[in-house]
Write a protein that binds this ligand. Structure first.
Ligand SMILES: Cc1cc2nc3c(=O)[nH]c(=O)nc-3n(C[C@H](O)[C@H](O)[C@H](O)COP(=O)(O)OP(=O)(O)OC[C@H]3O[C@@H](n4cnc5c(N)ncnc54)[C@H](O)[C@@H]3O)c2cc1C
Ligand code: SF4
Length: 454
């Protein structure tokens, strides 16, 4: 797939991959063997009929192809861009055994991008059921549950703490990977289906789950995500210029910090930026720092290249844009100037030992290998924990040891009657499509629960 050249794209936030032309899509679709058992489908958490939509591309029926995808996936333009396809559908594609698997994700994106833009409807959909369902959080889990429930005829209201919907898809993933207009189009379609959005509303702080039931909702789905940043708890992490990736990316993506003072939210800009971590969040932070004018951006990762958890494409994009990688390196403390702004980061070199419980080789510090790097901005991207607000303020809601809400994985049922949960709040930080799969299963279970009450 064609991409913007690295030298040009790091000056702005426009999307990097340009998408297939009809000819390219046709050629790629022609490679699919239309396997009767479709192993690619086994890898898709929402079970899209992959050979079915590819066949429609081959037949020139793009409208039929996207209609088929939408039967199981309400965010195809998002999934076609950010799903880790190489670990899901494409991993199981039979063509991958000897060569390149079919580019299922790129074909999904192709169809979604050619779909007609949604027209705004005045009142949204109509409801065949008198039951109303409340959804907490507008990330992929909440939006999928909401969309499926609206399709089943329920009135659905999504309560979102932030001023814009989408969860991590809006505040975390930068526009050069997922343009905001693409996300907004998908959300508009859900509104047309009748889903109501109440933004700037934090459930748990002002109103509790009980308040929602008292207000007439008959069931609640909690999809409040894993938005609590983890830190390393090393000295100097409280210096100015040390951000969590969440705060850094939110300031830029959601609050328009790149356009400050035109917008009201600034973000510190660094010359020498250190990004700690090796996942997609670290890649997004590093590439964002470059676009904000950093001279040198270093990803500091305690294991080796083989263990980097980020998607291969995103690592490649970061490297092409000039991000450097410091492998087998562990930050141990930040050093600041007299005004309390970070200036340097002290690190330790590591070597790899035996595999740990994650199956990856354990990084072990090499004594006496300390060194100091110049660093006037640091972004800590070492993981996120479940958002604690709803679990902490809801008596009787059972949680697991890592702060996740405990659910029945088949149904999303929690310990409280009528309360369901799914996505990162129940699984811990995972992926968009897994959150969507959880939203889907919960919608089915909520339907069963409400049918039993009729
Ligand atoms: C920077 C970044 C990059 C990523 N890149 C990828 C990627 O490339 N591919 C991929 O598949 N996954 C990626 N992920 C992971 C993916 O985005 C998440 O797994 C997914 O968004 C989880 O969905 P969710 O619906 O459970 O929660 P979220 O997307 O976190 O949404 C939860 C929403 O609930 C709201 N909320 C929380 N508490 C309350 C409350 N009390 N009241 C009201 N609203 C509340 C939050 O404001 C938020 O909008 C990335 C994550 C990050 C942070
Ligand atoms: S496994 Fe690959 S070749 Fe077979 S149907 Fe799926 S995408 Fe096509």
């Amino acid at each position: 797939m064609a991409e913007l050249p690295a030298a040009e794209r790091k000056k702005h936030f426009r999307e990097v991959p340009l998408g297939y032309s009809p000819e390219e899509a046709g050629r790629e679709a022609a490679r699919c063997l239309q396997c009767p058992k479709a192993p690619c489908r086994q890898g898709c958490p929402v079970e899209i009929d992959i050979p079915g939509f590819i066949r429609r591309i081959r037949e020139g029926d793009d409208a039929g192809g996207i209609a088929l995808i939408r039967e199981t996936n309400s965010l195809p333009a998002v999934c076609g861009r950010v799903c880790p396809q190489e670990e899901q559908c494409e991993k199981f594609c039979v063509l991958g055994k000897k060569g390149e698997p079919v580019a299922v994700g790129a074909l999904e994106r192709y169809l979604a991008d050619r779909e007609e833009a949604p027209r705004r409807t005045a009142d949204g959909g109509s409801f065949s059921s008198s039951f109303r369902v409340a959804v907490v959080g507008s990330g992929p889990a909440g939006l999928t549950a909401a969309g499926d429930l609206a399709r089943l005829g329920y009135g659905v209201t999504v309560f979102e703490a932030l001023h814009a919907p989408g969860g991590v898809m809006g505040y975390g993933i930068p526009a050069f990977r997922l343009p905001r207009e693409i996300l907004d189009r998908e959300i508009e379609r859900l509104k047309n289906r009748g889903v109501r959005l109440e933004l700037n509303t934090v459930i748990g702080a002002g109103s509790s789950l009980d308040d929602l039931f008292r207000a007439g909702f008959s069931a609640v789905f909690i999809g409040s995500g894993a938005g609590l940043p983890r830190f390393m708890n090393i000295p100097g992490e409280n210096l100015n210029g040390v951000y969590s990736a969440n705060e850094y990316l939110t300031r830029v993506n959601l609050m328009g910090a790149a356009r400050f003072p035109e917008t009201g939210t600034p973000v510190l800009r660094g010359h020498d930026v250190g990004v700690v971590g090796g996942g997609n969040v670290a890649m997004d932070s590093a590439r964002t720092a470059l676009r904000l004018g950093a001279e040198r951006v270093s990803v500091i990762y305690r294991r080796s290249r083989e263990e980097l958890p980020a998607r291969r494409d995103e690592i490649g994009h970061a490297e092409e844009e000039g991000v450097r990688f410091l492998f087998l390196t562990l930050p141990t403390r930040y050093l600041g100037d007299e005004r309390g702004r970070v200036r340097e980061v002290e690190c330790l070199r590591m070597e790899l030992g035996e595999p740990d419980s994650s199956g990856r080789r354990r990084p072990i510090p090499i004594p006496g290998s300390e060194f100091v790097l110049p660093c006037d901005l640091a972004v800590v991207a070492v993981g996120n924990d479940p958002n604690p607000l709803v679990p902490r303020l809801t008596p009787g809601l059972e949680t697991g040891p890592r702060g996740t809400i405990t659910i029945d994985p088949e149904t999303g049922k929690t310990s409280l009657p009528g309360v369901f949960a799914g996505g990162d709040i129940a699984s811990g930080a995972a992926t968009v499509i897994e959150a969507m799969g959880a939203g889907k299963r919960a919608a089915r279970a909520i339907d069963d629960f409400l049918r039993a009450r009729r």
